[in-house]
Design a protein around this ligand. Structure first.
Ligand code: XMP
Length: 326
């Protein structure tokens, strides 16, 4: 398949068109791969999930999905991958719990870009180790989408999701959704029967909660990020904001402040809430969250999350702030 989207290619806007696309891709994958085995790094994001579901439909257990839990995922994410792919779709799923390994590597690493590099390099190392344990793999599937191709052509970023694998692990690429835009990937995901939480998932950075637990990651602050993020997501979903606000999450800085709980002095971390809307992530505006909902989220976070005594709402658009804090 060429890397250029033909001008006459229909935009996939309906279930009917999605089904046509799925049938075409299933045949194309069967033709490309035959009886070969395919490896896929399954993050649980929309693109890799849709890619996995297409390949499972085409070649079943000849697709080996590797899900690396780097310990920086959101609450419930690894469990959801195991439930949807391992149990419901009966995929050939290798689950790697590498949380301790990543946290060890990240000990004392405070600089954001160094953190990203450590997480990226360790991810490739873990994935490579798993790939070497498997036999007879000839192909690597990737959930590359059309904007990734356009960006890599412009030199903005390399599109390979698992770039950097060693030379002797040479695989032929399988990229079934590479000519689709994000909204089309979602329509295809829906038609493949993936759950809404996966199909309409907000963007989540590769280094995960690692760049939201500011400075050197500590376990207490990482748990505070994970738990407060889960409360924020739950409340946004209950109040109809899921799928309407582009990205929303919490951040925990490496700073403490004085507070009071049940008449006793506390000295604990603040949680920062960020909720933004954007088209392209290059600039972003602040979402006007109903005040009552914000107050409810503050009450829940301060009473349910350990080591937290204060919540603030970041009102900074991009620019001057970036969407993430690191
Ligand atoms: P910023 O913070 O640059 O974020 O305004 C723009 C978008 O990119 C996401 N982001 C990342 N995604 N790896 C990723 O895969 C990263 O290192 C990374 N940093 C930021 C961010 O979540 C937002 O959607």
């Amino acid at each position: 398949m060429s890397n250029v989207r033909p001008e006459n290619m229909k935009r996939i806007v309906s279930e009917e068109l999605a089904k046509e696309f799925i049938d075409e891709q299933v045949s194309a994958i069967k033709k490309q791969v035959g009886d070969g085995k395919v490896l896929l790094a399954l993050s649980g994001g929309v693109d890799s999930s849709v890619c996995a579901a297409l390949l499972i439909k085409a070649i079943g257990r000849n697709l080996v999905c590797v899900h690396v839990n780097h310990g920086l995922l959101r609450k419930g994410e690894p469990e959801q991958v195991i439930e949807v792919f391992g149990k419901q779709m009966k995929a050939n799923l290798v689950y790697v719990d590498a949380a301790e390994r990543f946290l060890k590597k990240l000990e004392g690493v405070a600089d954001p870009e160094t953190k990203r590099k450590v997480i990226g390099a360790e991810f490739i190392r873990v994935f490579e180790e798993e790939a070497r344990k498997l036999e007879g793999i000839g192909f690597l599937a990737q959930g590359t989408i059309y904007p990734d191709i356009l960006e890599s052509e412009k030199g903005v970023k390399a599109h390979h999701n698992v770039g950097g694998l060693p030379e002797d692990l040479k695989f032929e690429l399988v990229e079934p959704v590479k000519l689709l835009y994000k909204d089309e990937v979602r329509v295809v995901g829906k038609a493949l029967g993936l759950p809404d939480e996966m199909v309409y998932r907000q963007p989540f950075p590769g280094p995960g909660l690692g760049v939201r637990c500011l400075g050197a990651i500590t376990r207490d602050r990482l748990e505070a990020v994970r738990e407060s993020d889960a409360i924020l997501r739950e409340e946004f979903a209950k109040n109809g904001l899921q799928g309407k606000v582009w990205q929303y999450f919490t951040i925990v800085p490496d700073v403490r402040s004085t507070g009071i709980t049940d008449g006793k002095r506390t000295y604990a971390y603040p949680v920062i809430i960020r909720a933004v809307n954007t088209r392209d992530a290059i600039s972003a505006t602040i979402e006007e969250i109903p005040y009552g909902l914000l107050k409810k989220i503050v009450a829940r976070i301060t009473s349910e999350v350990a080591n937290v005594n204060r919540v603030v709402y970041d009102l900074t658009p991009k620019p001057s702030g970036t969407i993430e804090w690191e």
